[in-house]
Design a protein around this ligand. Structure first.
Ligand SMILES: [Zn+2]
Length: 302
């Protein structure tokens, strides 16, 4: 039985972490066009970018809309990671950007009106999909799955890929297979062959890195406040990637406090809501009917 994370999981863990999301807005243009632009700001190779069709100049304000990613789309990380499975990557990326805007991690930095480098978008999608796959393997306690996620599907997620990619004299044989071998070796030596441990640590590391690069904690002071209670602690994000990784950060941080399914051990408030959409009972013991029945059957056998 394989459980996946769903939008309700993100909604609930966001709430568990308290009403502390910042109020930063992100802007979305009504139309983006695929264009070739110099990759580096000072010129250089041409690359494909998705560019807003209208400048963010106030005279174009009717061409842009705004939303609050942390409040309006608590499961944006999940939606983003799903782009990875789309057959037509360009179409899927374009649709995503038209719905939620550019990532804002390019040049000029941290702006929702900046051109979106298409290769960087795909890299970010693959990274997010990898983090999600690692974490889902851990949630399901599935060793074999963790191993294939780590070595076969997403060897480019995590420290080993970064180390090799950063080498000034990057070896010519630096590819997925080479890095997968390095990972396999270190899992044997350092993690005693435990792929779940490695997967959990890698997912946590990657989320922590993204949040510390793209987010910042803030203390906002109410206008005219002269009393300590005028302060609100909030999270702010610099790029849309920051908002998404913050959602994953909250979800993972909440994971420690949750009750678990008595059959499969999946954290309960992260389990899929039942299909009839009835409200979840607080005395819930299983993720769903499948787990409940499986538990009954295994009890009978015993
Ligand atoms: Zn279960």
């Amino acid at each position: 039985m394989w459980h996946r994370l769903g939008r309700e999981d993100f909604r609930e863990t966001g709430e568990l972490m308290g009403g502390s999301p910042g109020t930063r807005m992100w802007r979305v243009c009504e139309r983006y066009e695929l264009r070739e632009l110099p990759e580096a700001p000072e010129g250089g190779a041409l690359a494909d970018f998705l560019v807003p069709a209208y400048s963010s100049d106030p005279s174009n304000s009717d061409r842009w809309r705004e939303y609050e990613p942390l409040r309006d789309t608590p499961d944006l990380f999940l939606k983003f990671a799903k782009v990875y499975q789309a057959e037509d990557q360009v179409k899927s990326m374009t649709a995503w950007v038209h719905s939620y805007g550019v990532l804002g991690d390019g040049y000029p930095s941290w702006q929702s009106g900046a051109p979106q480098h298409t290769v960087r978008f795909r890299e970010a999608v693959a990274q997010a999909a990898g983090v999600l796959a690692l974490y889902e393997a851990v949630l399901n306690g599935d060793d074999q799955r963790a191993k294939s996620v780590v070595l076969e599907e997403f060897p480019f997620v995590g420290i080993w890929w970064r180390i090799h990619n950063a080498l000034p004299d990057k070896p010519a044989h630096m590819d997925r297979e080479f890095v997968a071998d390095q990972i396999a070796e270190s899992v044997e030596e350092i993690y005693g062959g435990d792929y779940l441990w490695y997967a959990l640590e890698t997912a946590a590391d990657e989320v922590e890195r993204a949040v510390s690069s793209y987010c910042s904690p803030t203390l906002s002071v109410e206008e005219g406040a002269r009393d300590p209670s005028g302060i609100t602690a909030q999270w702010n994000f610099k790029s849309l990637l920051g908002a998404m990784y913050l959602q994953m950060y909250w979800l993972m941080a909440a994971g420690t406090d949750l009750a678990r399914c008595e059959y499969c051990g999946f954290p309960l408030s992260l389990a899929r809501p039942n299909p009839e959409g009835r409200k979840r009972r607080s005395d819930k013991r299983f993720c769903d009917d499948a787990c409940r029945q499986a538990q009954h059957r295994s009890k009978k056998k015993a």
